[in-house]
Design a protein. Structure first.
Lengths: 261, 118
């Protein structure tokens, strides 16, 4: 029995299921309605719409997640510089308050839409959908969606991205992946950020961080980067360009699915 | 905080399934890797249900185990969510079978006497 395909339903109920996942009441139990449906169905359907809309425009969308202060915006700034004109970049910034991050990105000459979520701790597909209408997707190859700094809630909401990238800065603990398994398990790439600080830190071991990601059965590449060291960004840029080149096969993929084993 | 967003989505699905009729019980299947904490979800639900067809409904969260199959040796095991490597051969290349979903399983209507037996 598993909970992924509805096979926990009895054969009788399965036959009564309509195409929306609603199962009709059985004669023996007239007042109960069996429903096997994803609670976040609305969000996930809108996310799929976003993904197909982005894919149709040839835009690779990256959901950038991390705890607050781990350097997401700095990484975006350095990435814009490192990519130069090779890919046209746009950014959607998610924060509880302020336009500060969007202003930093715009100062690099890149279009940015700021979403201020009020007190909401994550972005969702609806917020991203509205932000997409404020961007000219014909003029974009690569879209960074900088999620609200939070290692918990953003993991539950598909936005329509093609890949999840999670930053773990070396000023945090190297055991963050096992402390926040939901997020690190769905990461397609993990960036160990602020690695220029490693020589002065004796309590962050990149190998331990790697082992903790593997303990979540996640085969994602794990790269060491520093926004202050452009040469450290080469493999990250190559990963982005490779993903952008293979966008056609990515577009139909659900990034929340279990990574291939 | 995201539990409240999830409750609002849940209530939309419940209203759709119950087609406007009052609901007394809502049963969910919660996988630990869905990122949802049942106790927080229940507290958020107590707020979110006000003024809806589920205003008197009880929320029941059935936890589902994290289960995976090892790609190397084929063993199927139940595992804690922060240690998804195979306990037999130690390989981390495993395929998740359950434990990452958040599903609405059933709703019981106010004039009902039994709940769905799934």
């Amino acid at each position: 029995m598993c909970e992924q395909c509805g096979c926990s339903l009895t054969h009788e109920r399965m036959q009564l299921s309509d195409d929306k996942g609603i199962v009709s009441s059985t004669p023996a139990d007239p007042h109960a309605i069996a429903v096997i449906t994803n609670i976040l169905r609305e969000n996930d359907e809108l996310a799929a719409h976003n993904r197909s809309h982005l894919g149709a425009h040839g835009v690779l969308a990256i959901n950038l997640m991390s705890s607050p202060g781990s350097g997401k915006t700095s990484l975006i700034e350095s990435t814009i510089d490192a990519i130069g004109g090779r890919l046209r970049i746009a950014v959607i910034e998610g924060d509880i308050e302020t336009e500060n991050d969007a202003a930093r990105v715009r100062a690099k000459g890149v279009p940015a839409v700021q979403i201020t979520t009020g007190q909401t701790c994550h972005l969702d597909a609806h917020m991203v959908h509205q932000a997409l209408h404020r961007l000219d997707l014909h003029a974009v190859d690569l879209l960074f969606i900088e999620n609200v700094g939070n290692l918990v809630c953003p993991a539950s909401f598909d936005l329509g991205q093609h890949a999840n990238v999670t930053l773990l800065s070396v000023t945090e603990g190297d055991d963050k992946p096992v402390k926040y398994p939901a997020m690190f398990r769905i990461s397609d790439l993990v960036l160990l950020a602020k690695c220029d600080l490693l020589p002065v830190l004796d309590d962050f071991d990149p190998d331990k961080a790697r082992a903790h990601v593997r303990a979540l059965a996640n085969p994602a590449p794990i790269l060491e980067v520093s926004a202050r060291r452009p040469e450290s960004l080469l493999r990250w840029i190559a990963w982005l360009e490779e993903r952008r080149a293979s966008l056609g096969e990515l577009s139909s993929r659900n990034p929340h699915a279990m990574p291939p084993g | 905080m995201h539990e409240l967003s999830i409750c609002l989505s849940l209530l939309r699905e419940v209203e759709r399934a119950a087609r406007g009729r009052s609901v007394t019980e809502i049963t969910l299947a919660v996988g630990p890797l869905s990122g949802v904490e049942p106790q927080q979800l229940k507290r958020a639900f107590a707020v979110a249900r006000a003024g809806t067809i589920a205003k008197d409904a009880e929320l029941i969260c059935r936890m589902r185990p994290v289960c995976f199959a090892c790609s190397a040796c084929g063993q199927e095991v139940e595992a804690p969510l922060d240690a998804l490597s195979c306990p037999s051969c130690g390989d981390w290349q495993v395929r998740l079978r359950s434990g990452d979903k958040l599903l609405l399983e059933s709703v019981t209507l106010a004039d009902g006497v039994e709940k769905a037996n799934l």
